[in-house]
Ligand binder design. Structure first.
Ligand code: GLC
Length: 440
């Protein structure tokens, strides 16, 4: 179910322009190093979990280095977990002692905001609606205390109205203390009743008032759809939509796929199920070809350093985007008529994006010799490989020509044939750039 949403306003247009962002999950769970849900998975009590607050010291968290790594990977925005479900604040909050400001005298939101601005990227703040630390947050199917013998009785002393005041106060701090915020990612509303526990709904957060607060204090900010209310975009998580996403009425919507490198958002030391760089590049291309953004996550380790394996993934993405960024940034799906015309003649594994008068062919598999583009014979001014700017020769064959010995067969009238080198360019995904003739 995807409700209709108004299109982005001009001051939000940077978002779909950007196409590629960095998600950063960092908090006490990074010290546990076994998934950001460790408190819930292991049903740790608040007292048990508090030991991470004692030792957690992000001495190697370097916001500037993090933002540079994102920028070098071709990303245009960074979204940091201000607090995750464990409730621990990464900024200097006045309404709680459960923060990095109290334990280490740091304000990582301030550090990130400054770095993001210095590097000319956009700032996104992730904020958990769930809070397993707050004494008024009611126990539910996700809560670490869900299986306590007296769990239901514990809820009698908990008061969501008081939690809401706290939630709103913290969000207000984030929206007023750190300059312009470009993106707010609330997480998450889980309305299903499960295991004898009621789900949580928009009313539990007073989501309408929370959203109104964002609109009032940061009117330009893009807001996601996890408040239990429609937002500016939808956020598929850990899957790639198989086509451009649409609302229930069939209209295209703004969407952003959030993806991990290994299935965990928080640092997960022993989890080595890494997506290889070629897959990540293909996921990025796939996303843009369907009109979405990709928000790719890294989980800094217990000291705040980006794990070497994550750095390697970002570097590999950067190697590709350095040469091919213009098929991604500011690009989107190819014009529907053009895509429909060429589709039947394309070899397998060709994925299209378009930016104005440039059409991009991403070749997931390297074809032998030729790519035939139906309907484009009179619509293309120039064709080149994007990685090295080398011209690709083009031709048309007589449609009446039959395939015979060394003669290739004629293509349908109006087909433009591209002549490819035998050797595939040595890049993760080769890209062909076509300059469309605006007059045609
Ligand atoms: C989820 C998870 C979470 C992660 C997030 C990222 O809903 O609860 O741990 O932060 O999605 O999208």
């Amino acid at each position: 179910m995807i409700p209709a949403a108004p299109p982005l306003r001009p001051e939000q247009a940077w978002f779909t322009e950007a196409r590629f962002g960095l998600f950063v999950h960092f908090g006490l769970y990074s010290a546990a190093a076994r998934h950001e849900w460790v408190m819930s998975f292991e049903k740790q009590t608040a007292e048990q979990y508090a030991r991470y607050a004692e030792v957690f010291d992000p001495d190697l968290f370097d916001a500037r280095a993090l933002v540079r790594a994102a920028k070098d990977a071709g990303m245009k925005y960074v979204v940091l977990t201000t607090k995750h479900h464990d409730g621990f604040a990464l900024w200097d909050t006045a309404v709680s002692d459960w923060s990095i400001a109290r334990t280490r005298g740091r304000d990582l939101v301030a550090e990130l905001a400054e770095a993001v601005r210095a590097e000319g990227l956009h700032l996104g703040l992730y904020h958990s609606l769930l809070d397993w630390h707050h004494p008024d947050y009611t126990i539910d199917a996700n809560h670490p205390r869900r299986d306590d013998a007296d769990a239901h009785a514990q809820n009698e002393g908990r008061d969501m109205a008081r939690y809401r005041e706290f939630l709103h106060a913290q969000v207000r701090e984030l929206l007023t203390g750190y300059g312009p915020v470009d993106y707010v990612f609330f997480d998450f509303t889980d309305p299903d009743d499960r295991g004898g526990w009621p789900g949580k709904h928009a009313e539990d957060w007073d989501a309408e008032r929370l959203l109104a607060m964002v609109r009032e204090l940061q009117p330009q900010a893009v807001v996601n759809d996890r408040l239990g209310l429609p937002g500016d975009l939808v956020t598929p998580e850990q899957y790639q939509p198989d086509e451009p996403m649409r609302d229930d009425a069939g209209e295209l919507v703004v969407w952003e796929a959030c993806q991990t490198l290994n299935g965990s958002w928080g640092y997960d030391r022993d989890n080595t199920r890494l997506k290889d760089p070629d897959l990540l590049v293909r996921m990025l291309v796939d996303t843009v070809s369907k009109g979405g953004n990709l928000l790719l996550n890294v989980g800094p380790d217990g000291r705040g350093a980006i794990p070497a394996r994550d750095t390697a993934a970002l570097a590999a993405l950067g190697e590709w985007t350095r040469l091919h960024g213009r098929s991604i940034t500011g690009a989107g799906p190819a014009d529907a008529d053009l895509a429909a015309a060429v589709a039947p003649g394309l070899p397998p594994g060709v994925v299209l994006t378009q930016r104005g008068d440039r059409l991009y062919l991403h070749l997931f598999a390297w074809p032998f010799g030729h790519v035939h583009l139906r309907g484009l014979a009179d619509r293309v001014r120039y064709v080149q490989l994007l990685n090295d700017g080398s011209e690709l020769r083009t031709s048309r064959t007589d449609p009446d020509q039959k395939a015979w010995n060394t003669n290739p067969g004629g293509q349908p009238a109006g087909t433009l044939t591209l002549h490819l080198p035998t050797v595939r360019p040595d890049v993760a995904v080769p890209v062909i750039e076509l300059f469309l003739d605006p007059a045609a």
